[in-house]
Design a protein around this ligand. Structure first.
Ligand SMILES: [Mg+2]
Ligand SMILES: [Zn+2]
Length: 197
């Protein structure tokens, strides 16, 4: 198993400040997601999405709504030859003090209990926020911050307690870093740019 852990909003889908993606109509792919996820798929990575969705716990949308968003997202990506290995959500509110809400590592531990241990020091966690980087580092992984969501500038990371190993413009650039760092040759035949929204 060769997992790569990705946050969803701000990495795969467009981040909406002060709001949640409550239904499929509100879910918009970041254009670079198709090329980035294709590169990871074609290089043999098992893509795992790890996302906080407290809007469920707040009653702003239901777990059925979230499931519907996920099914639509997976179907759309599948059409582009992209396989998502697993999807994990924390649907609790911050005040629920659960074990799974990032920056806690509960979703990673759940993944391991269900899928087995992996080489953490060779595995990447990619996110657009400080809590993603903290989750990755606390889980013993390498980290990449993408500037396609909540964090707009590299200047913001100076005040963070947990700082990323790499900063990339978007998930496509992050995928290139992951592939390069993993020192594996590419064996994809199609240009990932063939598949865009
Ligand atoms: Mg995010
Ligand atoms: Zn939780």
């Amino acid at each position: 198993m060769r997992p790569v852990f990705l946050d969803r909003d701000g990495v795969i889908s467009i981040f909406t400040p002060d709001d949640y993606v409550k239904n499929w109509d509100e879910f918009k792919f970041i254009p670079a997601a198709f090329a980035g996820l294709r590169k990871l798929t074609e290089n043999g990575f098992d893509i795992v999405i790890v996302s906080n969705q407290a809007g469920v716990g707040r009653g702003l949308f239901s777990s059925e709504d979230l499931q519907s968003i996920t099914q639509n997202m997976l179907a759309r990506l599948k059409k582009c030859g992209i396989d998502i290995y697993r999807v994990y959500y924390c649907t609790h509110r911050k005040e629920d003090n659960c074990a799974c809400r990032k920056p806690k590592t509960g979703m990673i531990e759940q993944f391991i209990s269900e899928n087995g241990e992996f080489e953490r020091e060779r595995t990447f966690f990619v996110g657009d926020a400080d809590i993603d980087i903290e989750t990755g580092i606390k889980s013993g992984m390498r980290t990449i911050l993408v500037l396609s969501g909540k964090t707009k500038s590299i200047d913001e990371i100076h005040s963070w307690n947990f700082r990323p190993e790499f900063v990339a413009e978007d998930i496509e650039k992050a995928a290139e870093i992951i592939i390069r760092e993993s020192k594996r040759g590419t064996h994809g035949k199609k240009d990932p740019r063939d598949c865009v929204e």
